[in-house]
Design a protein around this ligand. Structure first.
Ligand SMILES: Nc1ncnc2c1ncn2[C@@H]1O[C@H](COP(=O)(O)OP(=O)(O)OP(=O)(O)O)[C@@H](O)[C@H]1O
Ligand SMILES: [Mg+2]
Length: 234
């Protein structure tokens, strides 16, 4: 479904990704783990068209993404939940969700999407008229994911959904991510610093170190891998 081949990405003169090869098949949950600064967010920004590869290719269902603006990439069914859950703090929960559905013209279809998001995250329905900025960190993450789901994506790119969230809410969010994959058939590329959590939820994983993929395997093997255990599972 998604294929990155030999992708090099630069910030000015600094190279952040080196010949990245990665693929995600339809229906999978794949995780990309790595330390601070490894290039995880850079990878997601490249897929969603916010950054352009200097070399290499990115395709989604065989379509070349490198030539498309970010809004066209969303229309193809790829939705990115950026790091740090960037919601509109002054807009209500409901308004934030509506923003995610700007590509959905039919009001009935929008209503159905909204009901679906509320079914997945009942807390959002309870807080529908509250400004986004008054939600807790975990609830804001739910809102960011909910907003991405409003466009009915076929693939979700999630950047560190666990960051800065209490463990109990993290579990709730990861349960919902698994449910979105299972019930909506949404394919998921999950970026995480919390390797333990991510490797227990995904089926396949990649380990990124300073812009290079150093390991790629089924997560059950990665969990047993001495190198992974030592560096990422403490
Ligand atoms: N806008 C930018 N300008 C210059 N360099 C950048 C920029 N954004 C990121 N970088 C650099 O690119 C490298 C990869 O950063 P990236 O944000 O992709 O890492 P990450 O794996 O997501 O890290 P974290 O876990 O801390 O979020 C880092 O060395 C970072 O300093
Ligand atoms: Mg990051």
């Amino acid at each position: 479904m998604l294929v990155l081949e030999g992708v090099d990405v630069f910030y000015g003169r600094i190279q952040a990704l080196h010949g990245l090869n990665l693929h995600v098949d339809d229906g999978e949950i794949v995780t990309l783990i790595g330390c601070n600064g490894a290039g995880k967010s850079t990878t997601l920004r490249t897929i969603s068209g916010l950054l352009r590869p200097r070399r290499g290719g990115v395709t989604f269902d065989g379509k070349d993404l490198a030539a498309l603006p970010p809004n066209r990439i969303v229309q193809l069914g790829l939705s990115h939940v950026p790091e740090g859950r960037r919601i509109f703090t002054n807009l209500t929960v409901r308004e934030n969700l509506d923003m995610g559905a700007y590509l959905v013209r039919d009001p009935k279809a929008r209503r159905e999407r909204l009901d679906r998001v509320f079914a997945l995250f009942p807390r959002l329905e309870e807080r529908m008229d509250q400004p986004g900025g008054t939600l807790s960190g975990g609830e804001q993450q739910m809102l960011a994911i909910g907003r991405a789901l409003m466009s009915r994506p076929r693939m979700l790119l999630l950047d560190e959904p666990s960051l800065g969230i209490a463990p109990i809410l993290v579990k709730e969010i990861f349960d919902e991510i698994a449910r979105i994959n299972r019930e909506e058939g949404t394919t998921i590329l999950l970026v995480e610093q919390n390797a333990n959590l991510a490797l227990h939820r995904a089926t396949r994983g990649y380990v990124l170190e300073t812009g290079r993929i150093v390991l790629e395997d089924d997560t059950k093997n990665l969990l047993q891998n001495p190198q992974v255990k030592e560096a990422y599972l403490g």
